[in-house]
Design a protein around this ligand. Structure first.
Ligand SMILES: Cc1ncc(COP(=O)(O)O)c(C=O)c1O
Length: 387
């Protein structure tokens, strides 16, 4: 899309030259670029969703439940089932995708004079939440294997005194999980330091973005387990990924009631429409069906990682970052990754140019899509090596 913004519009100075964020939305046979669950809802779930929307339709002259209490109760039941952690409604908050959750977190705790700290490479929307809320976005580099450099992060926390420490587990675009020991170290450190731009006695909030956590190997812990002990911890989740509900735009936050109350201050009134609440409730009642393919996607990830490691580029095996998610960052030494992306696209396979130079990201699709990805990549690597 071309930029048609007239010069005489009073666009904010810091937004001049900026473009809207978003991966290309292209009509191609194999879309492996935005980390969705590739499996559609089952017909019975579709019927249930349609019925629930029909039921709320006659009430659409009225505003929806601003507090979305029934939905928060359903999230509580889901989290108990998924992670074994029981939370009260007052510890849960929903919004239109975890993108909106995170923007609300930045609106509540960021702002002029405030800083937020993360670990690069990470999700590319974080700098945008910061920009949009006039928060300074800072990062420390991850280690070569993309694990968190805990010492560097703790040093940066002490030096910068961020209001928000934002860690992603599994991380996007690398798939790296955050070890609980590292998280506890960050939480303990945050209780000891102040916040730049805030009054004395204030400590950073530590936000863990667990958008992809349901894809972790069974038995691995989640940050939710630490909520009871650390009131400055907040965990962001979404229905967009494993839950196969990206189109409905539903995310949620689990945190202490204090953090939830801070976020409630900045939310738009009635931000979650009655239709969104109804569809999310219907889908949550069919959790088994919605999550049915998660273990298969995990197997696909492992099989694809193994396959990728056996492919070569200029005589060297491809690198694959350890992933606990539904995507893989691979390559590591592609001298012209855009070319590989373009050639795959010509063959109907859309992946993502993201992360450090030399790497590409592919998200797990259904079996047929993965077969086409493997076939196309084999062809492209062979072709480009012989050019
Ligand atoms: C790490 C991470 N967090 C949050 C999101 C936002 O997801 P949504 O707004 O669909 O919940 C994404 C989307 O790709 C993501 O990768």
């Amino acid at each position: 899309m071309t930029n048609t913004i007239p010069q005489d519009l009073p666009l904010r100075n810091d937004l001049i030259g900026e473009v809207p964020y978003g991966a290309p939305q292209l009509d191609v046979p194999v879309c492996l670029n935005v980390n969705e669950n590739p499996y559609q809802p089952e017909p019975a779930v579709v019927d249930e969703i349609a019925e629930r929307v029909r039921q709320v339709a006659p009430t659409l002259n009225r505003y929806p439940d601003r507090e979305h209490t029934a939905l928060r109760e359903a999230f509580a039941r889901y989290l108990k089932r998924e992670s074994g952690v029981w939370l009260d409604v007052g510890q849960i908050w929903g919004a239109n995708g975890s993108n909106e959750i995170m923007l609300q977190v930045f609106q509540a705790f960021g702002g002029p004079g405030r800083k937020a700290l993360g670990a690069d490479p990470t999700y590319s929307m974080y700098p945008e939440y910061a920009r949009d809320t006039f928060t300074q976005w800072l990062t420390v580099p991850r280690r070569d294997d993309f694990t968190l450099d805990l010492d560097a992060l703790l040093r940066a926390m002490g030096r910068e005194k961020p209001a928000i420490v934002l860690l992603t587990s599994p991380n996007n675009p690398t798939g790296t999980i955050l070890p609980m020991d590292d998280l506890e170290a960050v939480l303990k450190a945050s209780a000891e330091i102040g916040v730049a731009g805030a009054k004395d006695g204030v400590h950073p909030v530590v936000v863990v973005d667990e958008a992809y956590i349901e894809f972790r190997d069974p038995g691995m812990p989640t940050a939710l387990e630490l909520l009871g002990r650390y009131p400055n911890l907040a965990v962001s989740r979404t229905m967009s990924k494993a839950f196969a509900f990206a189109g409905a735009r539903v995310g949620y936050l689990a945190a202490s009631p204090g953090i939830i109350d801070c976020v409630r201050i900045v939310r738009m009134p009635y931000h979650l429409s009655a239709v969104t609440q109804a569809t999310a409730l219907a889908a949550l009642e069919h959790t088994d069906e919605q999550l049915a393919q998660v273990s298969h996607l995990r197997e696909t990830r492992e099989a694809t990682a193994d396959w990728l490691k056996h492919q070569t580029w200029h005589g060297q095996p491809l690198k694959v970052a350890d992933s606990q998610s539904n995507f893989l960052l691979f390559g590591g030494s592609f001298d012209d990754r855009d070319r590989i992306f373009d050639e795959l696209l010509k063959r109907g396979v859309l992946i993502r140019v993201v992360g450090p130079e030399g790497w590409l990201r592919v998200c797990m699709g259904i079996d047929e899509e993965m077969a086409r990805f493997r076939e196309a990549l084999t062809e492209v690597l062979a072709q480009l090596e012989h050019e």
